[in-house]
Design a protein around this ligand. Structure first.
Ligand SMILES: C[S@@+](CC[C@H](N)C(=O)[O-])C[C@H]1O[C@@H](n2cnc3c(N)ncnc32)[C@H](O)[C@@H]1O
Length: 217
């Protein structure tokens, strides 16, 4: 299911197309050729906008792939930031460091190969943003862990929160990607939106990105 009318997406794509940085184009081409599920340019721009709006410097990514989402966060923090990337696949690390290095965006990057939760637990202190894009069945756990370690005024951001529209009903279609994933996303949305310490909104661009702002402890 298209979440936005294709004409609207086309219009947004046209507006975003004026950013033609060569490494960005290469990263997009790699995703297209290899069917790699990056967050996409429009949502990437949203990540950068939100990170810049709150003056984010310290960011933790759960599920970084080859650094496409981090590309946008690094544009927001500049070289003084501290952006922790995590992925279980070491090839993604190599590819990310190569792309981000050539784009001049690698200064704030600390790429950890391993399970996002273990790496998260090995860090200390609060983050300005925790961004989640791991296997969807693990979203409820990601939210439970992240929400306690986001500073007031910071953000929990998470991709695929509308999951191709499967969250809207038709239980028959819920398990078409992986059993339990739609329910896990729905449970996470419900937990995020009912948390008294956060105000939240889902940007329905592409597959839906939540931005949950921590307002109190
Ligand atoms: C959708 S991709 C990430 C895309 C990336 N955020 C972007 O937009 O460029 C998901 C990635 O998360 C990784 N992953 C899944 N579960 C994970 C976990 N528990 N810990 C670390 N990485 C995980 C996968 O290996 C995969 O590369």
């Amino acid at each position: 299911m298209d979440l936005l009318h294709p004409k609207i997406t086309g219009y947004l794509d046209e507006l975003a197309a004026r950013l033609d940085e060569p490494v960005l184009l290469e990263m997009e081409e790699y995703a297209a050729k290899n069917d790699f599920p990056i967050v996409g340019r429009l949502c990437g721009m949203f990540l950068q906008t939100m990170a810049s709006a709150i003056g984010a410097q310290r960011i933790f990514e759960m599920g970084s792939g080859y650094g496409f989402s981090a590309y946008w966060f690094s544009r927001a923090t500049g070289p003084t930031g501290e952006i922790h990337l995590t992925d279980t696949d070491p090839e993604n690390r190599t590819r990310a460091l190569e792309y981000l290095g050539r784009a001049g965006l690698d200064a704030p990057i600390e790429y950890h190969v391993g399970d996002a939760f273990s790496v998260f637990d090995s860090t200390e202190g609060d983050f300005d943003i925790v961004y989640c894009d791991i296997d969807k069945g693990d979203y409820p756990r990601a939210w439970e862990k992240a929400k306690k370690r986001i500073r007031p005024g910071g953000l929990f951001m998470c991709d695929n929160m509308l999951w191709g529209g499967r969250v809207t009903g038709d239980p028959g279609a819920r398990d078409e990607v992986k059993p339990g994933w739609t329910e896990a996303i729905m449970a996470t949305n419900e937990a995020v939106f009912s948390d008294p310490d956060y105000i939240s909104f889902i940007n329905p661009t592409r597959d839906g990105v939540v931005a949950a702002l921590r307002t109190s402890r």
